[in-house]
Design a protein around this ligand. Structure first.
Ligand SMILES: NC(=O)c1ccc[n+]([C@@H]2O[C@H](COP(=O)([O-])OP(=O)(O)OC[C@H]3O[C@@H](n4cnc5c(N)ncnc54)[C@H](O)[C@@H]3O)[C@@H](O)[C@H]2O)c1
Length: 264
């Protein structure tokens, strides 16, 4: 078990990817706090697991403080923080209202900042008493290259990438590693919403047709699953990754390695 005796908190822990991370962490022996807006997150019908649920709106500093106070009271340390809460808004900049722009930055960027800021005292404690602590942020391949109609989302993920490097530089000397996982297309409620939206270039086909077409443009001929992402997050959380910090780990089935002409 790679995470035995570790304590982890996962924001967006009841969403598609967050849920798979919680399940994997539990399997690896960690005590897991799943932090989300609601018990069911983005997956209304999914079964719950043995994670301890924390109600958290990542845009609220009071919520961030309260979540860390709960972890402190119950466990007295935090070894692993995963900032997986996120939203996307499917618009060009012209279609994006200022309120929507501010909302996506509040969740994807400010949320990562606030949760990490208030986790640091507990993580420093864990790092000092053991083998180091690990923060894993969620970027996206959209922080490197753009999907059509996702302007504010792409910008917010670029900001998370830069924040990840800055946090790694500042907190590495304290024994806290900071990385970002940058997924490509992963089959979750977020991706299904994107392909059902008007701006995705999906051309109005059925969801299954669109997903098949998307798989076909990957060099690996498949989309990712939440479990694929959880595999990498688990490694970054583990002591095996002691030399890994400040990096943006793209996990996209080779999609962003491929020149577009290969699709013609
Ligand atoms: N699915 C993909 O293809 C993909 C690709 C690249 C990056 N990502 C990133 O991975 C992360 C997880 O995405 P997902 O696909 O699992 O999405 P999802 O919609 O299934 O899950 C996101 C979760 O975040 C929660 N959330 C939203 N706003 C919140 C808030 N203010 N406070 C707390 N929780 C909040 C939601 O309730 C939901 O449970 C996101 O950061 C996303 O941007 C996903």
């Amino acid at each position: 078990m790679q995470l035995k005796d570790k304590v982890a908190l996962v924001t967006g822990g009841r969403g598609g990817i967050g849920r798979a991370i919680c399940a994997r962490f539990l399997k690896e022996g960690a005590t897991v706090f799943a932090a989300d807006l609601s018990e069911h997150g983005s997956l209304e019908d999914a079964a719950t697991d043995d994670s301890r649920f924390v109600k958290l709106d990542v845009t609220s500093e009071a919520d961030a403080k309260a979540a860390m106070a709960k972890v402190d009271a119950e466990c007295g340390r935090l070894d692993v923080l995963v900032n997986a809460a996120g939203i996307e808004i499917e618009h060009t900049i012209e279609q994006t209202s200022l309120d929507d722009w501010n909302r996506i930055f509040a969740i994807n960027v400010t949320g990562t900042f606030l949760t990490s800021k208030h986790a640091l005292p507990l993580m420093r404690q864990a790092a000092a008493s053991g083998t180091g602590a690990s923060i894993i942020n969620f970027g996206s391949y959209d922080g490197f290259i753009a999907d059509p109609g996702l302007a504010a989302y792409c910008a917010s993920k670029g900001a998370v990438h830069a924040l990840t490097r800055a946090m790694a530089c500042d907190h590495g000397p304290e024994g806290i590693r900071v990385n970002a996982v940058c997924p490509g297309y992963v089959d979750t409620p977020m991706l299904r919403s994107f392909f059902s939206g008007e701006g995705s270039g999906a051309g109005g086909g059925s969801l299954d047709t669109v997903l098949d077409a998307v798989k076909a443009v990957h060099p690996t001929r498949t989309c990712g699953t939440p479990e694929d992402i959880a595999n990498l997050v688990n490694w970054l959380a583990s002591d095996e990754a002691r030399y890994a910090s400040g990096q943006l780990w793209v996990l996209d089935g080779g999609l962003s390695a491929q020149v577009q002409q290969m699709r013609l």
